[in-house]
Design a binder for this molecule. Structure first.
Ligand code: ADP
Ligand code: MG
Length: 718
């Protein structure tokens, strides 16, 4: 029997062939399912009159209150001028506010007359306010019209005669057809029960025609859960499948090179976090499964040493290793550091970048192919087809957000067996993103900085304090320190940005006479950029004026001041990355955020967060809350592999964790996986497994196929 929900929308009463086409084209509604999942973007509650006392929580629908106005007054000046009416339901008061047509509204309503106020209560200064309410005379004869959804109607739909009312009628029609009763739950029964979710049919009804506010909230919650549940199901299954099927090299021993270096040449005691992470990496490498691990560690947390020791694990087992960096400068810096370490334990190291000379390049290619070279460090140049390895065992990718998934995969192709992959990033990824976008990677975290660092002092300053800032720079320059001055460069307004960068450069030269200033921006030819950066790295230039090209960048411990101009135009995570460029030596360092005096409270709050904390994770969570996940520049590789209708990664972290837990307990109960010995990643032992029935397994596969049509095969759950 065909599924009721698959019925073509043209068969719905009053739709027909022509209008069905418009619906499909405009809002993607081709069948009954699409229609029921075309959720209202907001709701209006005219089912009854609310009392002011019973309002609670955020996200209230537009609702109606019966009562009368007590007084009107105008507040504020100029653009902020507004009319405030105090309204009472006889017991409590609520504010109503009008921002325009003040004159009209102030003469419109009489005190003592009974009105019905209709609008969405929002919280302002800890009390509810209704902005621009609809006000009608109370008419006892007028029947309540209910609690309803409001739909987005496009212009072409409107032209074809569709309105919110039409859509509402169509939805109502589908919900009242006998076939609706045959609609099957899309989540396993046990999951619905265990997590107290509203069942599907009830949730669909409540989404469009809520019984009450609570019913609507529970319906929304259910759909959020379901959405996140299937995303997690997709990701976790994929990573288990990879774990079970993709063979990796089995490394059997920690060998002489590692031990020599570790016991005799280690330049510092490893931090506890570095040791823990190395153990996690080693545990992966000896399992026979391919490692795919994301290493998150704040700037300066010592990822380079972890990369090197990881490479040694491969080399001691007779394999080669590669470390890939996003820029030539970074690769060169890694090379300088790691070559010295390598020399102390008999490891041969070479550097391969775009500017490696031809003869040298040929030698390197040869040495890689015949296995004489243990460790190669480089840029994208490593991905070229003519770079072949004898036996590449491990790849470390530094600052991964510059490399996409596709590039990760290309490194794999270089061997018959996929090498172990360690991806390192200094961009703290909010938990919700780590669980979704990066959900196929195992995650390790270095959450501890090496001892002896002085935290960077962060100051928020405005133009009026320019002299104070200049004086600080002068005093640091006199002590032989180096300075970064950074300007934003935002695509849409490139010309203007370049101009402010140039002016800033000029001003810097004019102010700090006698000091050498270098100059770097994204539009420069790469060679020129490298040359300018090099001046700074080698200490020949005292000040670097730059755009964010230094964001993922250099290690200059002698740099002690980072001035960020127009700081309000940067995201928090970006500011955090930039700040990480200073405070790398033992000296006291400063990060000065130059803000705009006229910025709003939100902006000032953002800058204040930076001054208050150096915790990268906290900052990235705040950043995501403020800007939303889609906007997390640098964290996303190629946009999200899925789209969300109701859930929001920035706000629904808690539901996401619960959904993930549910998936883990379902996967823990899927026998074929157990048989292959692949335990679900970090399955919590506390929640008992959920065993799915045959029917539920089929249903889950169908849901996954519906939601992720182009994904991997689903044979594991079967
Ligand atoms: P990042 O994680 O940003 O790549 P680096 O690997 O560049 O950090 O390390 C930053 C600095 O800290 C380097 O100078 C490095 O030698 C030093 N370092 C790393 N680990 C330790 C440690 N355990 N103790 C002391 N210094 C360390
Ligand atoms: Mg680094």
């Amino acid at each position: 029997m065909p599924d009721f929900l698959d019925s073509d929308i043209k068969y719905l009463k009053g739709v027909g062939e022509a209008r069905a086409k418009t619906l499909a084209k405009e809002i993607g509604v081709a069948n009954f399912r699409d229609l029921l999942y075309y959720f209202p973007f907001r709701h209006v509650d005219r089912s009854r009159f609310y009392s002011i006392a019973e309002l609670h929580g955020e996200d209230l629908p537009a609702l109606q209150i019966k009562g009368s106005f007590i007084s009107f007054s105008t507040e504020g000046e100029g653009a902020k001028k507004r009319l405030v009416g105090i309204f009472t339901d006889g017991q409590k008061l609520i504010e109503t506010v009008w921002f325009n047509n003040i004159k009209y509204f102030s003469s419109q309503y009489r005190p003592g007359v009974e009105y019905v106020l209709f609008g969405k209560p929002t919280i302002y200064r800890q009390a509810y306010t209704i902005n621009h309410p609809e006000v009608e005379l109370y008419d006892p004869a007028k029947p309540p019209t209910g609690f309803r959804g409001v739909y987005t109607i496009t212009e072409p739909l409107r032209k074809k005669g569709f309105s919110v009312l039409t859509l509402r009628r169509m939805v109502k029609e589908v919900l009242s057809l006998p076939g609706f009763n045959t609609v099957e739950e899309t989540l396993p029964d046990e999951v619905v029960k265990r997590y107290h979710l509203m069942p599907l049919k009830e949730a669909l009804v409540n989404m469009h025609f809520p019984q009450n506010h609570e019913g609507l909230q529970r319906a929304i919650e259910r759909f959020k859960f379901e959405e996140l549940y299937y995303i997690e199901m997709n990701i976790l299954r994929f990573s288990m499948e990879r774990g079970a099927r993709i063979k990796g090299y089995t490394f059997t021993k920690i060998g002489p090179k590692f031990n020599t270096f570790y016991q005799e040449a280690l330049p510092f005691e490893l931090t506890g976090a570095q040791k823990r992470v190395l153990k996690e990496i080693w545990r992966d490498m000896k399992t026979g499964r391919q490692m795919n691990r994301l290493l998150q560690g704040d700037v300066g947390s010592g990822k380079t040493m972890v990369a090197f020791l990881t490479a040694l694990m491969a080399i001691d087992n007779g394999y080669q290793a590669a470390i890939m960096a996003p820029t030539e400068i970074l690769a060169t810096q890694h090379y300088e550091t790691i070559r010295k370490w390598g020399a102390q334990c008999g490891v041969s190291v070479a550097l391969l970048t775009g500017s490696t000379r031809k003869a040298m390049r040929r030698d390197i290619h040869e040495a890689l192919e015949d296995g004489n070279l243990n460790l190669i460090i480089g840029t994208h140049a490593l991905l070229e087809d003519n770079v072949k390895f004898r036996n590449l065992g491990t790849v470390v990718i530094d600052e991964q957000h510059r490399f996409g998934v596709a590039q990760r995969a290309r490194m794999w192709m270089k061997g018959h067996t996929a090498p172990h992959v360690l991806v390192m990033t200094a961009t703290p990824i909010p938990r919700t993103l780590a669980m979704t976008v990066y959900g196929d990677l195992d995650v390790s975290v270095i959450d501890e900085l090496p001892p002896g660092r002085t935290p960077v002092t962060t100051l928020v300053r405005y133009n009026k304090s320019r002299v104070e800032v200049d004086n600080l720079i002068f005093s640091q320059l006199r002590q032989g320190r180096q300075i970064y001055i950074v300007y934003p460069l935002i695509q849409e307004n490139e010309k203007l940005d370049l101009k402010s960068l140039e002016e800033g450069y000029q001003r810097t030269c004019d102010t700090f006479v006698g000091y050498k200033v270098c100059y770097v921006h994204g539009k420069m030819r790469p060679e020129e950029k490298e040359r300018q950066m090099d001046l700074f790295v080698r200490g020949e230039a005292n000040i670097m004026v730059a755009t964010t090209v230094i964001e993922v960048g250099v290690n200059v411990p002698n740099a002690t001041v980072m001035v960020i101009e127009n700081a309000e135009r940067f995201g928090l995570s970006q500011l955090h990355q930039l700040r990480g460029r200073v405070g790398r030596g033992a000296d006291r360092s400063y990060c000065i955020l130059m803000g705009k005096e006229t910025s709003g409270a939100d902006t000032k709050k953002r800058l204040a967060i930076m001054a208050q904390t150096t915790d990268g994770f906290l900052i990235s969570e705040e950043d995501m809350k403020l800007r939303g996940p889609g906007d997390m520049e640098g964290t996303m590789q190629s946009g999200m592999p899925f789209s969300l209708r109701v859930a929001n990664l920035a706000r629904d972290g808690q539901i996401l964790s619960i959904a993930r837990g549910a998936v883990l307990s379902v996967l823990a109960g899927t026998t074929p996986l157990r048989a292959e010995g692949a335990a679900p990643p970090s399955a919590s032992n506390s929640t008992p497994p959920i065993i799915l029935s045959e029917k539920e397994i089929k249903m889950t596969r169908r849901e996954l196929a519906l939601r992720f049509p182009r994904s991997v095969d689903w044979s594991l759950i079967s």
